[in-house]
Design a binder for this molecule. Structure first.
Ligand SMILES: [Zn+2]
Length: 194
């Protein structure tokens, strides 16, 4: 898809932010990058949250989209400085605590001490959701939280971690569109009375 903008600033370091930005509102219309199980699997594999070659069921894709909605709710509350919705907090906490988000320490005679997933592969999704939820919690409370922003270029609804205070757009394209819209609005302003 050529219309998809590059990842927003911060999305490379924060899978929760990247997930939050998968529903795209483009000038050409709405696009969901997680619309199908195949797209959800590709997204998880691309972020190292599922082993290469994994496939997911629609139920799993749907759970990923549900968590996405709650993460978006929390990001939006943080950006606007309002109280987060109780169900958004609850959903992220449920995902956080349902599976360990990190590999546990194991020992066996063949490998000695090593780290490995605490759960078999069939719990891949639980673990992916836990990692995303843990990242969301870090993002919302860590040093990047104060620089979280919503893209200021309608119809875009992506979030970003601002790289500098003046940055309000998630991409060059959104910045160009916002500047063009402002210039257009200025031209339409009535001339001041003489
Ligand atoms: Zn944008």
């Amino acid at each position: 898809m050529t219309d998809v903008p590059p990842p927003a600033p911060g999305a490379d370091r924060h899978p929760a932010l990247d997930l939050a930005n998968t529903p795209l509102a483009l000038t050409s219309g709405e696009v969901d990058l997680l619309a199908t199980p195949a797209q959800a699997a590709a997204w998880l594999i691309g972020r190292g949250l599922a082993p290469p070659g994994s496939s997911v069921l629609e139920l799993c894709a749907s759970r990923l989209r549900t968590l996405r909605g709650h993460v978006r709710g929390l990001l939006s509350a943080r950006v606007t400085g309002s109280a987060p919705a109780a169900d958004d907090l609850e959903a992220v906490n449920t995902a956080l605590t349902r599976a360990p988000s990190t590999d546990i320490l194991r020992w066996d005679a063949e490998h000695g001490l090593h780290r490995a997933a605490a759960h078999p592969i069939d719990q891949m999704l639980e673990r992916a959701l836990a990692v995303i939820a843990a990242d969301a919690a870090d993002l919302l409370t860590g040093p990047a939280a104060a620089r979280l922003a919503a893209c200021g270029s309608p119809p875009c609804r992506r979030f970003l971690v601002r790289t500098h205070a003046a940055r309000h757009w998630c991409s060059v394209r959104c910045g160009d569109r916002a500047r063009a819209a402002r210039a257009y609005a200025r031209r339409r302003e009535p001339a001041p009375p003489a």
